[in-house]
Design a protein around this ligand. Structure first.
Ligand code: GMT
Length: 381
């Protein structure tokens, strides 16, 4: 099938999922066309099965805000016509579902009917989409999608709760590709990061408020008062500077390494012992899943869809949002004993394997097939 994928090309989870999905679809023989404003960060290899079409938004001084949705809709119309695209899959409702629907309508005028699948990822529903300024447009574009999927049961519940949705929402969880993670790295340079007696704790995110970065630092601080440990912070975002300052104030600057954005998170995770995810809200927690496939135990909040990924007492522990002491207690339980740590590492790997792409990709393919057939029946017969 010829599929156009619209996503954010940045380090955010939705862009990563969309990119990995496109790459996997291409390896199964589909022709995949990414349409976005920059080449997605995880998209390294372009081929005859993977194409990238850049959306340009010409600057014009009259516009206080440059109209990205308009440029995206036009680019979609052109790409769909030029390459004979058969299905459009947009990731993140804002503004992708809106722009996708416009493209669909423009194409209909020319007798081209194309099904649109919208995947909801989290903040498009819980943080941004829910804002009264966006809500009518988000509700409209979800209801006008041919198929709607959400990455967790919790996000589905929240979407139905916050919006007036007439469409059925199908849950297809996020995934990882087990073959891409080599848990027995031979070049795993643990010694570059920490001394042998130190536990390595990691946090990876976009350092936004919702991630509760100060909780990460406080949890680590309290752990480090009890056992030798290092913290590796991966990512960039608005809360990073404050976090660096907090480390200085707490006197743990030397024990915390801020690495910035990285394309090599598996190399960092392969020598990590514990992953911290104390988020205020998380529709799924892809970063936790990536940690788990690298045999890293997870200490997280119990917000949103995290319990669907991090299983209490098996892959790690979950606490109420902001309950730093409980997180510290659970972390120390895991980290103090080699045998217990190993047990959680194995548990993390086992559960993460449930989300392997070989199990999830067929769900998307079946969905595409169904949407394609229904669209054909409704539009051409
Ligand atoms: O985590 C973020 O803030 C980025 C955001 C995104 O859309 O890129 O992530 C959301 O989608 C991910 C992939 O489906 C989920 O794993 C994250 O849990 C979700 N983030 C939130 O809900 C806060």
């Amino acid at each position: 099938m010829k599929i156009a994928i619209v996503c954010y090309p940045t380090f955010g989870g939705s862009g990563v999922v969309a990119t990995e999905l496109g790459i996997a679809l291409a390896s199964r023989g589909h022709e995949v066309h990414f349409v976005t404003y920059r080449q997605p960060v995880r998209l390294e290899l372009l081929s005859n099965k993977i194409h990238f079409h850049e959306v340009h938004v010409p600057e014009y001084p009259l516009f206080h805000y440059q109209p990205y949705e308009l440029a995206l809709s036009s680019k979609l119309v052109d790409t769909i016509k030029l390459y004979g695209i058969e299905l459009l899959h947009v990731h993140y409702a804002i503004p992708h579902a809106y722009a996708g629907y416009m493209a669909k309508k423009i194409l209909e005028e020319e007798g081209i009917h194309i099904p649109m699948i919208t995947t909801l990822h989290g903040t498009d529903i819980t943080l941004v989409g829910n804002h009264p300024f966006y809500k009518p447009a988000v509700t409209f574009s979800i209801n006008k999608s041919d198929v709607v999927t959400s990455v967790s049961e919790d996000l589905k519940r929240k979407t139905l709760e916050f919006f007036d949705i007439e469409k059925e929402i199908e849950v297809i969880p996020n995934f990882i590709d087990k073959t891409k993670y080599h848990t027995s790295f031979t070049d795993c340079q643990r010694s570059l990061m920490a001394n042998e007696d130190e536990r390595i704790i990691t946090h990876i995110s976009n350092f936004r408020k919702v991630k509760r970065i100060p909780d990460v630092i406080h949890v680590f601080h309290k752990i480090s008062l009890q056992i030798p440990a290092r913290l590796i912070m991966v990512g960039e975002g608005p809360e990073k500077e404050k976090a660096e300052l907090l480390c200085e104030q707490l006197g743990i600057k030397e024990k915390v390494l801020f690495l910035g954005n990285s394309n090599e998170i598996d190399r960092i995770l392969c020598f990590s012992d514990l992953f911290l995810l104390p988020s205020e809200f998380e529709s799924f927690g892809l970063a936790a899943l990536e940690a788990m496939i690298n045999k890293v135990a997870v200490i997280s909040s119990n917000a949103g869809g995290i319990p669907e990924v991090n299983r209490q007492g098996v892959t790690g522990f979950l606490s109420d949002v902001g309950d730093i002491d409980d997180m510290v207690k659970n972390a120390l339980y895991i980290l103090r004993d080699d045998a217990i740590l190993q047990q959680f590492k194995e548990g993390a790997f086992e559960v993460a394997s449930e989300f392997d792409i070989t199990k999830i990709l067929p769900l998307y393919e079946a969905l595409y097939e169904r949407a394609f057939r229904a669209n054909y029946k409704n539009s051409y017969s």
